[in-house]
Design a protein around this ligand. Structure first.
Ligand code: MLC
Ligand code: AMP
Length: 509
């Protein structure tokens, strides 16, 4: 049997004879070298085995971005475990849900969160809880050097799961998108070719979080396939970005990265002299940002489109026109069609829901077979939930969302989840959470609230109860009180009307 384990493609023993080339360069730390990657992921894999983590077991991870966190990911692949990264902004209350749902064999959290999370982990019957800090500290890796790194790469079938990434649902309940070894390796190889990755020469500027598709899979997989050195920054920090840019050839970011860079006078064409490619995705890039960036640096940002359930779906061409406001063409091997609400394909030029098929499309939502079935059409077309239009040449523009979804700085916020929390606050009659335009984050959540008259309510009485219940990025940046919510004749709240009324209400903080 062929071993389809993604680890073999990404690392294997490909780099053992590599010169001492850095893989991850993290400020203030010694670089992690390519030549050490197999041995070090072997040590972490040996630790996982000591904790009885084996094929098919889930390993849930809520830790700071660090070279060690990448080693944990690679070690999970190596032992055949399923990697489940969580946003570090999630509160313990949110994490409890994920533990309950995924039933991990091992939960790894930040040392500072140990007290908060061990009890929740125990309540969820998780056999092992360990900690890992941003410097590799914590108890996960204590004495790991004493173990043998000779851990074989477990055989995996193409459809075996490599990772589960949680994505919020329209019902407010998060769903775990199951991604197989083949889903991830096929997508990585396509991107590596499509973006003409320059093996051993490209240097990647990486300031994205590593708990989402963008920073974890798209960026790191391309770098591993291309044996690229990566400037691995904990977060988007303009000073560090400006420092690193002269050494780098590729940057991947959400649109907020580009608008923030444009607000920095230090961004010049000389600073980007070595750059080859700027890529944007995860949220719509404004045509104005595209234009200004080209004017300032001479680079036309390459915009691509993807989602948790399918990795990357479409991209502007590497060579050829990178058109602002479009996400380019379906990637090789991916089929895209625009359909009406019943799954009938629409002629080119008409707006409808984007549906897709291909080796990148996930295996379904973890333990939600009915939900999964509802998201697919006959013939295996996955319903993306994005509204799009295709021109005569097949070029795609995303024109909106069929789902009630807010994308803020590249993070998804599902209004239903926030509304449920607000509606539970004493004194609230009902609420509607909408996305409003925001210079920095593109969109932010705003809550439109109707009081029930039973007590005095101000913005603080709405926001305070959300602390500890919802991650900060999900909390409304603005609360507006109204007498009633606008509804149509069917009784449905008219969110489009609310968005129009309040579109100028949020300014840059
Ligand atoms: C931080 N905050 C946010 C926020 N990020 N609020 C709304 N939306 C966000 N995205 C909050 C903080 O909690 C803080 O709140 C306040 O805003 C100011 O934070 P900051 O210091 O300015 O934020 P910063 O750390 O600079 O982060 C902003 C960011 C970051 C845009 C750089 O959010 C980010 O890296 N986003 C990338 C997300 C991503 O990788 N998405 C890919 C998903 S994959 P307070 O109240 O505490 O002050 C996907 C598929 C695909 O979508 O196609 O790629
Ligand atoms: P997530 O579920 O977090 O992976 O987010 C995926 C969603 O991000 C998609 O369904 C789109 O709505 C949005 N998205 C990703 N890339 C783009 C893009 N280039 N333009 C517009 N929306 C995008």
């Amino acid at each position: 049997m062929t071993n389809h384990n993604l680890y073999l493609r990404l690392v294997g023993d490909r780099f053992e004879k590599a010169a001492e080339q850095p893989f991850l360069i993290t400020p203030g730390r010694l670089p992690l070298l390519f030549s050490e990657l197999h041995r070090m992921s072997g040590l972490v894999a040996a630790r996982l085995q000591q904790l009885n983590v084996g094929p098919g077991d889930r390993v849930m991870v809520q830790v700071a971005k660090s070279p060690e966190s990448v080693l944990v990911y690679l070690a999970c692949l190596r032992v055949g475990a399923i990697y489940i990264p969580l946003n570090t902004a999630y509160t313990p209350a949110e994490v409890s849900y994920f533990i309950e749902d995924a039933k991990p064999q091992l939960f790894i959290c930040q040392p500072g969160e140990r007290e908060n999370l061990v009890a929740r982990s125990k309540a969820g019957n998780v056999p092992h809880t360990r900690t890992l800090g941003s410097e590799g500290d914590g108890d996960l890796l204590i004495d790991v050097e004493r173990l043998s790194p000779e851990v074989p790469v477990v055989e995996r079938e193409a459809d075996d799961l490599a990772a589960i990434l949680y994505t919020s649902g329209t019902t407010g309940r998060s769903k775990g998108a199951m991604l197989s070894h083949h889903n991830l390796s096929s997508n990585a190889q396509v991107l590596h070719r499509y973006w003409q990755w320059q093996d051993r020469q490209d240097v990647l500027l990486h300031a994205l979080p590593v708990f989402h598709v963008h920073g974890l899979f798209v960026a790191l997989h391309c770098a591993l396939l291309g044996q690229s050195t990566v400037h691995f920054l904990a977060r988007f920090n303009p000073d560090q970005i400006i420092d690193c840019l002269p050494d780098c050839t590729v940057m991947m970011g959400v649109p907020t990265f580009y608008t923030r860079l444009l607000n920095d006078a230090r961004l010049t064409d000389q600073l980007c002299a070595k750059m080859r490619l700027f890529i944007s995705g995860s949220a719509p890039l404004l045509a104005e940002t595209h234009r200004q960036f080209e004017q300032r640096t001479g680079f036309r940002i390459l915009e691509r489109y993807g989602m948790t359930e399918a990795g990357m779906i479409a991209s502007n061409p590497y060579q050829g026109d990178r058109l602002a406001g479009t996400v380019g063409y379906p990637l090789p091997g991916v089929s895209v069609r625009i359909a009406d609400n019943h799954g009938n394909e629409l002629p080119r030029g008409e707006t409808g829901v984007l549906e897709l098929k291909g080796p990148n499309v996930f295996k379904g939502y973890w333990q939600m077979p009915e939900k999964t079935a509802r998201e697919f059409r006959q013939g295996g077309w996955f319903i993306s939930g994005d509204n799009a239009v295709m021109d005569q040449t097949g070029r795609i523009s995303i024109v909106g969302r069929a789902r009630d979804l807010i994308i803020s700085g590249g993070y998804n916020i599902y209004p239903k989840e926030i509304e449920a929390e607000i509606d539970a606050i004493p004194g609230v009659g009902e609420s509607a959470v909408i996305g409003l335009p925001h210079e920095d984050f593109g969109e932010v959540a705003a809550a439109i609230v109707v009081k029930d008259g039973s007590r005095q309510l101000g913005e603080q009485q709405i926001i305070e109860p959300l602390q500890g219940r919802l991650a900060r990025f999900k909390q409304p940046k603005l609360v507006i009180f109204v007498d009633e919510l606008p509804r149509n004749t069917m009784g449905k709240v008219q969110k489009a009307e609310l968005r129009e009324t309040y579109k100028a209400s949020v300014n840059r903080p």
